[in-house]
Design a protein around this ligand. Structure first.
Ligand code: T4K
Length: 391
């Protein structure tokens, strides 16, 4: 691989890119190929492909155990899991969420004619600021959806206190937080329920997939009905519903990846430390650190580009992408600046100063088991050259 020491070595200035193949942020973590093929053989032999099959049930059991909750209701993806959880909780009117999240958090509400109301974040954690949440409560507010962004738990106790005080439902979008803990407690049991995503790009994937975790028996029962058209046995529909079922092949992938999860997390942790070390001493950039009370999966390596980095965040992303390092500006520019929310709430930004500031300075760097050798060093070298701190 080329050595990057000065501006002349950069692909934006005409040099060859550092990588011939793209280096992705969301390159899937993949467990044992043969194990997946064995499960596939079993699925063929059983001729049972979906509709609450045995592999889905096994995966649900293991994920519920792992997260210390009574119920895991597996779904076809995280967005449908959010939609079903929102509906099962009876949310309506307005629901407070961060704007600094993946667009699915907002869309899952809007899709059901519920208004997402965006509250600002704490710039230190990138999660909802409880004081900002309080400011957005109106007589139409029915609930709050906290997001455990980057796998860092949202301020669950403060949000629960607000929910209790105002008679609101509280649930969490835990799409990033598989296997993450707060004060020794795994996420899954906070609020009324928590929603996981098992998308290909997540630390733990089932190709596509998701789940709702809850300790509420009645809620779990309602969501099981809702994900299967409301069927209770043959020919008997007792509840409104949709098709949110997870197929068996997805559950097979999940069982395989669950075995390999400790290796995935260990690799993430190691590359996170390597990034921190490699960029230490470069002016104007820092890697988002985790609090001591949290045990994260380290899946997202989140770089913050401050005002002292004269070249600016966007120039850095362009320089990395020219090297075939596909760093991402997650979650720029914030949901409130995307449609339909931009048109619906043209002045939302006035209440979202920290969201606008944070989304303007973040770059998510490639991570995961597919991170190629030399990537961390090459990325740090590009950052160093642009910062002007390396000759
Ligand atoms: N809530 C939150 C907070 C979320 O972050 C998400 C999903 C959800 C809810 C909804 O859960 P799901 O319904 O998705 O289960 C990606 C993912 O599609 C999305 O699942 C994820 N968040 C989001 C953070 O990232 P994009 O639009 O950035 O995807 P895309 O196609 O640009 O892929 C990302 C990178 O990964 C690319 O560089 C390509 C690479 N990649 C992707 C796939 C699918 C691979 O190398 N291999 C692959 O198979 O949204």
């Amino acid at each position: 691989m080329k050595t990057i020491r000065s501006a002349a070595d950069l692909a934006i200035n005409g040099a060859a890119p550092a990588f011939a193949e793209p280096v992705h942020v969301g390159r899937p973590n993949l467990g044992d190929r043969d194990a997946l093929l064995r499960y596939t053989g079993e699925i063929y032999d059983r001729r049972w492909l979906t509709n609450n099959g045995p592999l889905v049930q096994e995966l649900e059991k293991r994920i519920a155990q792992r997260h210390g909750v009574r119920h895991c209701v597996a779904m076809c993806n995280g967005t449908v899991a959010l939609e079903i959880a929102i509906r099962a909780l009876g949310l309506e009117g307005e629901v407070i969420i961060p704007s600094y999240t993946f667009i699915a958090t907002a869309h899952a509400l809007h899709w059901q004619a519920i208004t997402p109301v965006f509250a600002d974040i704490d710039p230190r954690t990138h999660n909802l600021d409880p004081d900002a949440v309080r400011r957005m409560i109106t007589p139409r507010t029915s609930g709050i959806i906290g997001v455990h962004l980057w796998g860092r738990p949202a301020p669950v106790a403060a949000l629960q206190a607000i929910a209790d005080e105002h008679g609101l439902q509280l649930m969490f979008d835990a799409a990033h937080a598989f296997d993450c803990s707060l004060g020794g407690t795994r996420i899954g049991g906070f609020g009324r329920c928590e929603v996981l995503s098992f998308h290909a790009t997540k630390v733990f994937n089932t190709f596509e997939g998701g789940a709702v975790l809850t300790n509420d028996d009645a809620l779990a029962e309602a969501m099981r009905l809702m994900r299967n058209f409301g069927f209770s046995g043959y020919d008997n529909v007792i509840h409104p519903g949709t098709n949110g079922k997870m197929p068996e092949i997805n559950a097979a992938m999940g069982l395989v990846n669950l075995e390999a999860l400790p290796q995935f997390v260990a690799r993430n942790r190691a590359s996170h430390s390597a990034y921190a070390e490699a960029i230490a001493g470069i002016d104007g950039v820092s890697l988002l650190a985790y609090d001591d009370a949290t045990d994260p999966n380290h899946h997202y390596a989140v770089l913050e580009v401050g005002p002292a980095f004269a070249a600016g965040r966007d120039a850095l992303v362009a320089a990395l992408q020219a090297e075939n390092i596909l760093a991402r500006k997650y979650f720029w520019p914030g949901c409130h600046r995307m449609q339909p929310y931009r048109a619906l709430f043209p002045h939302a930004g006035l209440m979202l100063a920290q969201t606008e500031a944070v989304s303007g300075r973040v770059v998510v760097l490639p991570n995961g088991v597919a991170l190629p050798p030399g990537a961390v060093e090459a990325i740090a070298a590009v950052i160093g050259v642009l910062a002007g701190t390396r000759a």
